[in-house]
Design a protein around this ligand. Structure first.
Ligand code: F6P
Length: 327
């Protein structure tokens, strides 16, 4: 291997820049040439590459987003798009790919590898933390801390005005952000895609809480929960509470606020560790793997294994939320 390309794909995540920087610098130290593909897989298809040197990645570690840009490329989903991408890689003599992104990125990398056999390694980066083969994805820690801070702020106003707040956090198919932000922000309940909604149980707890003198409540709702988010949960909860207890409520959708911002120390360290590990992996002949961290160890998982791997929420944390939530 002589020349690699690095790209970021899917939803941007804080800490992607740390992973780019580490991949580039580790690759240069190993004597490889490095290109950055712009805007994810689109860069491969459209032949949009930039040579990267050690100085190209100066002063990016502390920045959110991704210096390479990202996209959810539809062209790369077609055979014709991937054919163009392979041709462009060949024309730059690129014989290795480091792909930084989430589940969709890993799936696209697998298909591309099956078709063109270009050695590829995926670094998990997604605020949703929905990628198997790693305990945490780059970006998750920063997103959770942002959501937790927002919940803290909301609690101040909820408490002062005696309201119920329904706070919607991101998480399309997984409730990691809701669980961690809810637990660390002292939420009274969370609604997540992994669990069946129980509106009646929440209402009972709210009524009991009111009777016991509790004046405000914070309910965290993952955008991907079964009814489709915080507005829907709020509507059904307040309807059921009608005639039982007077409620004043508000809904706050945190949205893309969770995607931006200065990456946390954890995300910078994780991005750096996995970026360097990917280059080391190439040196050892690894290809078509996800480079993750499990129990503080670097673990290479074959991409074709990922779809069948369970991505379960930590049961002990879920249980904790149920036992220390509203009483
Ligand atoms: O990257 C994951 C994510 O932030 C999800 O939580 C969210 O549903 C989605 O991306 C939003 O995507 P977009 O920025 O394309 O609207």
């Amino acid at each position: 291997m002589e020349t690699i390309a690095v790209l970021t794909s899917g939803g941007d995540a804080p800490g992607m820049n740390a992973a780019i920087r580490a991949s580039v610098r580790a690759a240069l130290s190993s004597g490889l040439q490095v290109y950055g593909a712009k805007n994810g897989f689109s860069g491969l298809v459209e032949d949009d590459f930039q040579r990267l040197h050690a100085r190209s990645v100066t002063n990016i570690l502390q920045r959110g987003g991704t210096m390479l840009g990202t996209s959810r490329s539809t062209e790369f989903e077609s055979k014709a798009g991937r054919r163009k991408a392979a041709k462009n890689l060949k024309s730059h003599a690129i014989d290795g790919l480091i792909l930084i992104g989430g589940q969709g990125t890993a799936e696209a990398a697998l298909i591309f590898h099956q078709e063109y056999k270009i050695p590829s390694l995926v670094i998990p980066a997604s605020i949703d933390n929905d990628v198997a083969g790693t305990d945490f994805s780059v970006g998750f820690d920063t997103a959770v801390n942002g959501a937790m801070e927002a919940i803290d702020r909301i609690r101040d106003t909820a408490e002062s005005s005696g309201r119920i707040f329904f706070v919607e956090v991101m998480g399309r198919s997984r409730g990691y952000i809701a669980l961690y932000a809810g637990l660390s922000g002292g939420a009274d309940a969370i609604f997540i895609p992994e669990e069946k909604e129980d509106i009646e149980a929440l209402c009972k707890r709210l009524v009991a809480g009111h009777k016991a003198g509790k004046s405000s409540f914070v309910v965290v709702v993952a955008e991907g929960e079964e009814a489709g988010g915080a507005f829907s949960v709020a509507e059904r909860v307040t309807k059921q509470l009608e005639g039982r207890v007077g409620v004043d409520y508000r809904v706050t959708v945190l949205g893309h606020l969770q995607r931006g911002g200065t990456p946390s120390s954890n995300d910078r360290v994780l991005g750096t560790t996995l970026g360097a590990a990917a280059v080391e992996g190439f040196e050892k002949g690894a290809s078509n793997h996800l480079v993750g961290e499990i129990n503080n160890n670097i673990v290479f998982t074959p991409l074709e294994k990922l779809p069948s791997m369970e991505r379960e929420l930590p049961k002990d944390l879920l249980h904790l939320l149920h036992t220390v939530g509203t009483t």
